[in-house]
Design a protein around this ligand. Structure first.
Ligand code: HEC
Ligand code: HEC
Ligand code: HEC
Ligand code: HEC
Ligand code: HEC
Ligand code: HEC
Length: 486
């Protein structure tokens, strides 16, 4: 049997439009393979790279293919009109055709090369801090600003926020696309809520640089305050924080980092989203002994509740994005003489001015200047104070996003947020009431080495001293009265 082939007609794709389409398609395919490889071998995958790889580049690929078919369609129409054979006929014997071909091939090589360089640069850019923080400039401004002047300024956003491995890859893809959508359509909440459900676990982030075994030891910290009186009376407390660690080769095992020692497991149930109310805690020690502590009124069914295992982020909620409370920021500025403590009532007035409600950062900056000028006319010292207060505001208050110290609990400590006292409050007991989570002993987690003003600060008590409250005796938890504001 003999098959009848039709007359050998040149393919409809042999035309310049289709050629350009195919070239674009090859470029896109090339760029896809490159980005895919980079994304796969990079230490941290990033949702924006994926958007580029799985959305933008395929879109270009489809455009290329469409163009190729469009060229073929045009060609068919042209041939149907009977205007001769294929529009693209290359005769290698003709010098003109040879030149055209060489130009086309070298043009294609340059194009593919540029695609490679372009894709690689786009990849690096989406991985960078500039992209994460500034692309969604207004939305991420609070996090970007606080990150940039925090201790982790050189740790890229993706190192803490986007994980390794397949499941994180998928998760980050979903949340990354959702984030872009919510920014584009202004669907994001203000302030951006925490805790972040898809933050990488501490084991993958913090512990790459600070591992639990590493011994921190005792930290000597002095907290300086200025009180709300005419003379802004100073008062300082020098605390020796017993951080401890878990490597006996470097120091005693235990202390504040006891919760995270290898072998110890502390689990808890929180009854609110921000994890500020913790009525139930379970400790499993290295020997496997289990102890449950709970508050009197907690009777919920444990099987129904969501258990969380305590990790670094349960105390260090603000390692990268720390919003100073006005109290802390002003005390610090006064201790450094950036605000002159000799200006009468300056502590009280500065607190008041800083915490008024402003709609925008621009409005705040102007109002701080006018308010101070009105309170202290003809006082030269107020110039530096104005600049300092404006700086404090710009670094820690973001009215457009409703982000400031009060939006995000800082759980290291117990003065402004319950922090440690969520569990160490004297109310968490074993069911037989024989044991209570350590509380009330002001020298348990830190030693009060010295307190007061002037000479009192030189009288160190290595074994610790009884706390003297500067506002006179007090009753209740610190957070009943102190909130970081006026
Ligand atoms: C050292 C780790 C680390 C780095 C680096 C980091 N973050 Fe965070 N980020 C955190 C932690 C921890 C939280 C709070 C998580 C929680 O409580 O669930 C957080 C919270 C956030 C939030 C939620 C709002 C808030 O303030 O709680 C956003 C948005 C955010 N980060 C964006 C960024 C951006 C943008 C960058 C880079 C400019 C960045 N992060 C860098 C650790 C980090
Ligand atoms: C890529 C390395 C890296 C990662 C990841 C990292 N850190 Fe750090 N961290 C550092 C370095 C370096 C410093 C010291 C900075 C300095 O002294 O100025 C530091 C400082 C700190 C400090 C003390 C500084 C301060 O003023 O509070 C704490 C607390 C801390 N990190 C907690 C964390 C937590 C919690 C995480 C996880 C969310 C984390 N770090 C992730 C490198 C890292
Ligand atoms: C029970 C609460 C708690 C947990 C859990 C916790 N920390 Fe800390 N950590 C503290 C406190 C409190 C300090 C000292 C005060 C401060 O840094 O402001 C501290 C200090 C540190 C410091 C030293 C800061 C300095 O200035 O030198 C580092 C680093 C650190 N923690 C990392 C971690 C890492 C990593 C984890 C998780 C493995 C972790 N911490 C878990 C409470 C905790
Ligand atoms: C989720 C509850 C919880 C939180 C929050 C918490 N702790 Fe604890 N902590 C415990 C439990 C439970 C124990 C073990 C019982 C005990 O020793 O009283 C413990 C033990 C301790 C110990 C004794 C460790 C040892 O060597 O025996 C110290 C010190 C301590 N915590 C400090 C802190 C500090 C500081 C913070 C805040 C930065 C804090 N804790 C936050 C639950 C908590
Ligand atoms: C469960 C452990 C724990 C107990 C108990 C405890 N503290 Fe603290 N305290 C801390 C930690 C952690 C910090 C935070 C240090 C920091 O911010 O770096 C702190 C900070 C402070 C500060 C400085 C606060 C600030 O931010 O200006 C004062 C003052 C203080 N404690 C007083 C007390 C007094 C008084 C008591 C007894 C009623 C007490 N503490 C009991 C863990 C504890
Ligand atoms: C009943 C309310 C109340 C309680 C509870 C309370 N304080 Fe105060 N505290 C005050 C007042 C009022 C002042 C004086 C404020 C001023 O002069 O600015 C003050 C002042 C202070 C100061 C001096 C700095 C400053 O802001 O003036 C420190 C430090 C302090 N308190 C720590 C604590 C700690 C730590 C706790 C918990 C153990 C606590 N306070 C509980 C009301 C309270």
């Amino acid at each position: 049997m003999k098959t009848e082939f039709p007359e050998n007609r040149p393919s409809l794709f042999r035309n310049w439009v289709s050629f350009v389409g195919v070239l674009i398609g090859i470029g896109a395919l090339f760029s896809f393979l490159l980005l895919f490889t980079l994304d796969a071998i990079s230490k941290f995958s990033n949702p924006y790279v994926s958007l580029l790889t799985y959305l933008a580049v395929p879109a270009v690929l489809i455009t290329g293919i469409a163009l190729a078919f469009f060229g073929a369609w045009l060609e068919r129409r042209r041939r149907a009109k009977g205007t001769g054979p294929a529009s693209l006929q290359i005769d290698l014997n003709s010098p003109r055709d040879r030149r055209v071909l060489i130009t086309f091939i070298s043009g294609s090589v340059v194009f593919l090369l540029l695609t490679a360089i372009g894709s690689y640069n786009a990849f690096n850019f989406t991985e960078s801090v500039t992209f994460c923080g500034e692309t969604c400039h207004k939305v991420m401004e609070p996090e970007k600003v606080t990150h940039d002047h925090g201790p982790h300024a050189r740790v890229a956003c993706v190192e803490c926020h986007v994980g390794k491995g397949v499941s994180w890859f998928v998760k980050s893809k979903i949340s990354g696309s959702y984030q872009l959508y919510s920014v584009a359509f202004k669907k994001y909440p203000t302030p951006i809520p925490t805790p972040i459900k898809n933050l990488r676990p501490a084991r993958d982030t913090c512990e790459e640089c600070h591992w639990p075994q590493s011994f921190v030891g005792n930290l000597d910290r002095t907290f300086n305050y200025f009180q709300s009186d005419a003379t802004n009376s100073p008062y300082s407390i020098r605390l020796l924080l017993k951080i401890g660690g878990s490597d006996p080769r470097h120091g005693p095992v235990g202390g504040i980092h006891w919760h995270n020692l290898p072998g110890n497991k502390v689990e808890y149930i929180a009854t609110d989203n921000a994890r500020q109310k913790i009525p139930w805690v379970r400790v499993t020690d290295a020997q496997g002994k289990v102890t449950v502590f709970k508050t009197k009124n907690f009777t919920n069914d444990i099987a129904q509740a969501e258990l969380r295992t305590m990790d670094c982020m349960d105390c260090h909620t603000r390692p990268a994005h720390r919003y100073l409370s006005p109290e802390k920021a002003i005390n610090q500025a006064m201790a450094l003489n950036k605000i002159d403590p000799a200006i009468p009532w300056i502590k009280t007035n500065a607190m008041f001015i800083l915490t008024r409600t402003y709609k925008t950062a621009v409005e705040a900056k102007a109002s701080i200047a006018t308010a101070l000028a009105a309170k202290y006319p003809n006082d030269e010292r107020i110039k530096a104070t104005t600049t300092t207060l404006q700086e404090i505001y710009a670094d820690n208050f973001f009215p457009e996003m409703k982000a400031n110290w009060s939006s995000y609990p800082d759980n290291v400590g117990h003065m402004i947020f319950p922090g440690c006292f969520r569990c160490h409050d004297g109310l968490h007991k074993t069911p037989d009431l024989s044991q209570t989570i350590k509380a009330n002993d002001c020298n348990a987690c830190h030693t009060i080495l010295a307190q007061g003003a002037g000479d009192e600060l030189n009288q160190l008590a290595p074994a610790g001293q009884k706390f003297k409250h500067p506002g006179g005796d007090y009753d209740g938890g610190c957070t009943d009265c102190h909130n970081g504001g006026p």
